[in-house]
Design a protein around this ligand. Structure first.
Ligand code: FMN
Length: 173
């Protein structure tokens, strides 16, 4: 099984990328590929821009890489209760090429933030809208207070209860 994982963030120190990487690597026997959203550069979306350039190359590349997956582990960063603008922008371009961005392949959706809310708002939005975009969400987990619950040296969740939730979630793929 080829698992594509990424943090829906463009931060070079993304905690969501760290979480998605950890979770994807729990899947025994899986070939894991970690994407970096910064590798898919697109201009700011507008219908005018779309008329001018057609399909943005970065969005085409993103869809090509997603199409290689048998399953997804995605961890969503939250900016003011929503997706970070850069990820939403890339996603919008992608949906104009292929509405079923995730092609109905099984997915685990995660989200984390440094605060106690654990990016639950964006996780709810991503999970709720998933069926419109070919998202086949098998399980979702929000991780609150990431810096208290993740051991950066080990690259793993240190809170046993949360670690068990994530293990159960990825076992559904
Ligand atoms: C503009 C901005 C808005 C943010 N809004 C939220 C928020 O609504 N909820 C939250 O839990 N964290 C919020 N944060 C903190 C992020 O969760 C934190 O920066 C986190 O590291 C983002 O994930 P990432 O490291 O994967 O990019 C915000 C951060 C920024 C820069």
């Amino acid at each position: 099984m080829k698992v594509i994982a990424f943090g829906a963030s463009t931060s070079s120190t993304s905690i969501n990328k760290a979480l998605a990487t950890y979770a994807a690597n729990l899947i025994e026997g899986a070939e894991v590929k970690i994407l970096d959203i910064n590798d898919y550069q697109v201009p700011m979306f507008s219908e005018d821009k779309e008329k001018e350039i057609g399909q943005a190359e970065g969005a085409q590349a993103f869809l090509r890489d997603l199409a290689e997956a048998d399953a997804f582990v995605i961890s969503f960063a939250e900016h003011n209760g929503h997706h970070p603008a850069a990820f939403k922008n890339l996603f919008d371009w992608a949906t104009r090429i292929e509405r079923s961005v995730y092609g109905e392949k099984p997915a685990v959706y995660l989200a984390t933030s440094p605060g106690p809310g654990g990016a639950q708002n964006v996780l709810g939005a991503a999970t709720g809208s998933a069926p419109y975009f070919g998202g086949n969400v098998k399980a979702s987990v929000s991780v609150p207070s990431f810096y208290d619950n993740f051991d950066f040296e080990a690259g793993s969740i240190s809170n046993e209860e949360i670690a068990a939730q994530i293990k159960d979630a990825v076992a559904k793929l």
